[in-house]
Design a protein around this ligand. Structure first.
Ligand code: ATP
Length: 293
């Protein structure tokens, strides 16, 4: 059977505008460009897992507004089943992103339908039970994360948690986690070294990543040298690619190595979703490096 990943998480539309200078309170400025992108950590990570070759299901919620269509179309276009996207009355999750000429940005997030994803249905739980790997983040309520991870734990589905946006993770969720994937900032805030999680992967931006299996030494995953154009979505690419690898039965260290290459490729292009590499692109990067070494 093919490697199967289920993601329970957020789906947003990102409304991105570029300005010379971010306006202060009460100020108005004119935008230089405006784009609408599909985004949200759940959707980004699902696309990363799918492009890494895993059969991937996204359990998420969209609203009843016109933006929902952008997300439904994206999910279909990536070869995932949009039947698992719940349609809730009201707004789709929306991120208003303003970026200035120096790359600094301001973001306002409207949770919308993401905030209504409170519990799984019994058929959604079945999806989690049948999967090899479950991935969750914290852009949806803790109640649905707890429901998903405890269902996975009981069924023997491997649980990956990317605890972002960072907040205290309830003990009932942590107890069900197999792999925690954090960036340096989240690692500090959550004091991950004190958490009793079997495996912690810490992403280190341009320095690569580390992997700590409890009771064993830390494994360093060196960065792949690249010219970074836009790091948006690098963390999500890492998480999705890692999940797809472990769903194939690959060990954690090897999965982190490949996820690190996928994420490094994603920073070479603009945007979150457009920059997520395919399995073939990662193979090529690995192949090229082997020739060069
Ligand atoms: P973001 O919020 O920008 O998506 P993050 O803070 O969650 O990212 P990072 O640790 O910054 O996560 O990056 C995730 C992974 O992306 C790194 O482990 C690495 O593999 C890759 N990466 C990020 N920046 C670079 C870079 N400049 N060069 C090479 N690889 C990079």
């Amino acid at each position: 059977m093919s490697a199967q990943v289920v993601i329970v998480g957020s789906a947003n539309v990102d409304l991105v505008t570029r300005v010379e200078r971010i306006p202060g309170p009460g100020e108005t400025v004119t935008s230089e460009s405006f784009n609408v992108f599909a985004g949200g950590k759940g959707l980004n990570q699902a696309i990363a897992s799918r492009r890494a070759g895993a059969v991937t299901a996204l359990i998420a919620a969209v609203g009843s507004d016109d933006y929902a269509r952008v997300l439904v179309d994206t999910v279909r276009h990536e070869g995932m089943d949009d039947a698992l996207l719940r349609r809730e009355p009201g707004t789709t999750g929306t991120a208003f992103v303003t970026t200035d000429a120096t790359g600094e940005n301001n973001i306002v997030i409207v949770p919308g339908a993401n905030g209504l994803l409170n519990r799984l249905t019994e058929s959604e739980r079945d999806q989690v039970r049948e999967a090899d790997v479950l991935v969750c983040q914290l852009e949806v309520p803790n109640s649905v994360v707890e429901d998903a991870v405890t269902t996975a734990r009981e069924a023997g589905t491997t649980v990956v948690l990317n605890p972002t946006p960072v907040r205290t993770v309830p003990a009932a969720i942590l107890a069900a986690v197999d792999v925690l994937i954090v960036n340096e900032h989240e690692a500090d805030q959550l004091r991950v070294e004190e958490l009793r999680v079997p495996c912690v992967v810490t992403t280190l931006g341009s320095k690569g990543a580390t992997l700590q299996i409890r009771g064993e030494r830390t494994v360093r995953v060196p960065a792949r040298k690249t010219i970074a154009l836009d790091t948006t979505g690098a963390g999500d690419t890492f998480v999705g690619a890692f999940a797809a690898e472990i769903a194939r039965g690959v060990g954690y260290a090897q999965a982190a190595t490949r996820a690190n290459v996928a994420a490094s490729l994603s920073v070479e292009e603009h945007g979150a979703v457009p920059s997520i590499p395919t399995r073939q692109a990662v193979d090529e990067a690995l192949g090229l490096e082997r020739v060069e070494n």
